[in-house]
Design a protein around this ligand. Structure first.
Ligand SMILES: Cc1cc2nc3c(=O)[nH]c(=O)nc-3n(C[C@H](O)[C@H](O)[C@H](O)COP(=O)(O)OP(=O)(O)OC[C@H]3O[C@@H](n4cnc5c(N)ncnc54)[C@H](O)[C@@H]3O)c2cc1C
Length: 343
């Protein structure tokens, strides 16, 4: 056994960073390593939309500089993807075949874009907004595009729609009420959202579905089942998130949609905790197992997982239901807080 603990945290978002800082506050000597498959320090995802529109600089996106990891003696490994966890040897494997031993592990690997089964055939034609890496791939292209098609809808999608409208783009959004995330929209909600969004200079398609998306040399052609055809420069799919847990599958750690944890955020393995949007937990306020949604929950779960990993017995509190204003429709959600970009 090594003399000092090595705490490894998979994920460099709010859950992983708050876990790391909490571990450091409580244990001055341990080795702490954060591993992230992105090549950027901890950044603020709620500001990504304004970053696309050049209303937020990269420096205002970054929450933690490389230097501040050093100051806290936290090692950050960026651009390194975890591919496997071996419980017997207490080690993780990285994509480039490196093996790293841990004494305790926190999984805070967040989530990626959810692609609807009906849309998988067109995945290569669509763009997503879930990370800095996504955004850097096409930021310039968005700025140069004239016509953009958004398929689906989620809590980020409407903010993106309004930003594109303000940037003077010609935008079409197709809202599928049954694919909205993280809840389905009923027809009253859909009508109200439709009437509020109609005040913008955007085309809205409801009660229809995509039949094909074709890629041409310089444009995409989107056709709907009801015969609408749109020629656009870019297509976005914004249908919510799905947990990043592939590397844990087959390891012996229990999972369902996310990594299954108890009310202390502990997995079925004693030395392994999970937190933030990759963790699935029973939420008594909605009587269902859900994955955590939203920045504030990721922060509090990150802190709690660290305290419990060090021997605490803190119990996660189900966030009470709050009203979220979605285009004039008051929606009760337990997990999401509308974070102002400048806050
Ligand atoms: C555009 C946008 C706007 C948003 N606006 C709001 C808002 O207004 N209010 C709100 O409450 N929430 C908002 N959110 C949601 C919020 O950002 C998330 O809920 C939060 O980031 C989840 O934190 P997390 O730490 O669980 O995961 P993430 O922030 O997703 O971080 C996960 C980390 O794990 C890393 N990772 C994943 N897999 C691997 C692997 N195999 N190996 C190594 N590293 C890996 C990722 O690179 C990343 O560093 C927004 C999200 C987006 C995308």
């Amino acid at each position: 056994m090594p003399d000092i603990d090595h705490y490894i945290i998979i994920g460099n978002g709010p859950a992983g960073n708050h876990a790391a800082i909490t571990l450091r506050k409580k244990d001055e000597d341990a080795r702490i390593t954060i591993i992230s498959d992105e090549c950027v320090p901890f950044y603020y995802k709620p500001r990504l939309i304004n970053f696309i529109a050049d209303k937020t600089d990269k420096k205002d996106l970054i929450v933690r500089s490389i230097e501040s990891y050093k100051e806290k003696d936290i090692r950050i490994r960026m651009g390194q993807k975890v591919t496997q966890i071996h419980l017997d040897s207490k080690s993780i494997f990285l994509q480039h075949m490196e093996k790293i031993n841990y004494t305790k592990l926190i999984i805070a690997s967040g989530s990626r874009a959810r692609i609807l089964p009906s849309m998988t055939a067109y995945a290569a034609h669509m763009n997503f907004i879930t990370s800095y890496t996504d955004v850097m791939e096409y930021k310039k292209k968005i700025q140069e595009a004239n016509k953009i098609f958004i398929f689906g809808g989620d809590l980020v999608g409407f903010k993106f729609l309004k930003t594109l409208d303000a940037m003077g783009k010609e935008v079409t959004i197709m809202i599928d009420p049954n694919a909205f995330w993280p809840f389905n929209l009923n027809s009253n909600m859909l009508d109200k959202i439709f009437s509020n969004l109609s005040k913008l200079n955007v085309s809205i398609i409801i009660k229809d579905a995509i039949s094909t998306i074709e890629k041409h040399e310089n444009f995409f052609s989107v056709k709907t089942r009801k015969g609408i055809e749109k020629t656009v420069d870019m297509v976005f799919s914004l249908n919510g998130l799905t947990p990043n847990i592939e590397f844990a599958k087959g390891s012996g750690i229990d999972y369902d949609r996310g990594i299954l944890v108890n009310e202390h955020l502990k997995t079925n393995v004693n030395s392994i905790y999970a937190c933030g949007s990759c963790a699935q937990i029973y939420n008594p306020s909605i009587k269902s197992y859900t994955t955590s949604i939203g920045w504030p929950n990721a922060v509090s779960q990150g802190e709690m997982s660290a305290l419990n990993l060090l021997g605490g017995h803190k119990v996660i509190k189900a966030a009470g239901r709050k009203y979220f204003d979605l285009e004039g429709v008051k929606i009760k959600t337990t997990w999401w807080e509308d974070i102002d970009d400048e806050s």
